[in-house]
Design a binder for this molecule. Sequence first.
Ligand SMILES: Cc1cc2nc3c(=O)[nH]c(=O)nc-3n(C[C@H](O)[C@H](O)[C@H](O)COP(=O)(O)OP(=O)(O)OC[C@H]3O[C@@H](n4cnc5c(N)ncnc54)[C@H](O)[C@@H]3O)c2cc1C
Length: 438
Amino acid sequence: MNRTILGFLWLALYLLVVLAPIGLMLVPPVPSGRSFWVELSVALGFVGLTQIGIQFVLIARFKPLTYPFGIDVVLKYHRQIAVVALLFVLVHPVLLLMEHPARVALLNPLGGTYASKFGLGAVLLLLALVATSIWRVRLRIPYETWRGLHTGLGVLALAFSQVHVSLAGLYINTLWKQILWLASSGILLSLIVYLRLVKPWLQKRRPWRVVGVRPEGGGTVNIDIEAVGHDGFRFHPGQFAWIKVGGSPYTLEEHPFSFASSAEQTTRLSFGVKALGDFSERMQQLEAGTTVYIDGPHGAFSIDRAQAPGYVFIAGGVGITPMMSFLTTLADRGDPRPILLIYSTNTESELAYSDEIEALKERLDLETVFVLDEPPHDWAAEEGQVTGELLDRRLPKERFVRRFFICGPSPMMQAVERALLDHGVPQSHIYLEEFALA
Ligand SMILES: Cc1cc2nc3c(=O)[nH]c(=O)nc-3n(C[C@H](O)[C@H](O)[C@H](O)COP(=O)(O)OP(=O)(O)OC[C@H]3O[C@@H](n4cnc5c(N)ncnc54)[C@H](O)[C@@H]3O)c2cc1C
């Protein structure tokens, strides 16, 4: 199905599901004699709670759902909508208190009703969930610890909210409404089971094995893996996969890495890994024969989604990896279209895959521009950063019809995007890949 249509259908379904509990509220029997503010407070609480429930769907990495938007966009939405949902949930008790200040007694954890205790618990859990996500780095919570905490707090917050709604019993007040309500919670929790148990079980049946580890420039190590006893999978150049290393596919530790190899090879994959922390350091030290598990392909950053008469790839540092996938794929496809690769690093020794890029010129209409921040004294190519002036000099005349793919450090990507827009390149021709999802 066409991606745009599918995207609209998902958005329509999202709105329908978010508003469904309000419809359920209105199905008789409805409690009578309640003020507008109470009804509004309950409606907002339901909308917020449903949005929180849908958060479980958004992180389940369902390909039909992520296909129209890209998983990075879906995860960004997951982060941003969490704040909106929390606001709705917070407004729920605030409106109740404004209408009847004596209800403040319900906020006493030792007093109040069981319904209010669970409601209060849910709000506190949600506050903790959002705070630990927004301030994870400032709170110095390691990424993996945060992931476990995030799942735990999310499941608990959902369970507390569901108990709160069931105990309050004012709108979920018939057997069929209770059953519907519990079934929806069951479905959401089963998504966690799917992600943490079923998916790893499927991965265990399709293992991969490290067959080569070779240092590239700039502290980047290229890792080749091959499918063991299965036919691998198809991906689009520029996409990425979540990788788990070692004994068990049930580990919570998995990290995203872009494919660096040709999409025309489905049983042998390569990744270029730069050591930035624990996991990437361990990846760099992998030995041939080690088992790895792959969840993918994911992502919307691909030339296959942007047909054009030619391309400009702009990479900074380890952002070269998806570009390598673009280049090797285009070469394997015998693609004659012109390509400009602008690749910037700090020093010459940090340029990764430079020999491979040079060799690809034999098979592609490829022009390269290497840009070094700290060039050696005999450096003949570009110096400094990828600026608007450099782009103006180096971009081909037919720049307005080409598609631009940018991957690198965030400040560099922002500066390059700004410069391209200033040069009149349409926004719709520019594609960006962030290497930080959280
Ligand atoms: C779509 C995508 C493609 C990527 N492709 C590459 C690549 O080709 N080569 C490469 O070297 N790096 C790539 N990365 C970055 C790589 O995932 C991180 O460097 C790695 O996860 C860091 O983990 P760590 O334990 O080594 O370091 P940490 O110190 O734990 O993490 C450093 C930072 O990386 C991010 N990070 C850590 N774990 C995860 C995770 N599980 N999911 C998302 N983000 C995480 C966090 O922002 C964190 O602050 C990619 C990231 C994304 C999102």
